[in-house]
Design a protein. Structure first.
Length: 127
């Protein structure tokens, strides 16, 4: 099963990714976040950075709902993320191959067109 080190290794293997200083992990491409540690908030307590849970950019609310409803053993959301294209992933329940797919998909959705073109080559479109 996966962990924060796997997230870091997979994210940093992608082109033009930068890691932002954080108590956990936080990765950006083109100054847009695509995967980071879950900042758990509980009433009356300080925020806790959970490196066993990744927040992934998933594109839109429909995709988030498909993941959360289709794979509730892996994905969840909270009211703080209502209306946002972000889903939380329990790292200890996902294999590294699936994690690589999810991190790469999140990166592709956030990467600027010129980064994708440099990575994929001119005229490439995988949609």
């Amino acid at each position: 099963m996966a962990d924060a080190d796997d997230v870091r290794r997979l994210a940093l293997a992608l082109p033009e990714v930068e890691e932002i200083a954080s108590d956990g992990f936080d990765f950006r491409v083109g100054n847009k976040g695509f995967v980071w540690s879950y900042p758990e908030r509980r009433p009356g307590q300080r925020r806790v950075i959970r490196t066993d849970i990744a927040v992934l950019y998933v594109g839109d609310e429909a995709e988030k709902q498909a993941l959360v409803l289709g794979e509730p053993d892996l994905f969840f959301t909270t009211p703080v993320y209502d209306g946002l294209p972000l889903a939380m992933l329990l790292l200890d329940r996902v294999d590294v191959g699936r994690l690589e797919e999810l991190v790469t998909d999140a990166w592709r959705m956030r990467a600027p067109a010129e980064v994708l073109e440099r990575h994929d080559g001119p005229g490439h479109d995988d949609t």
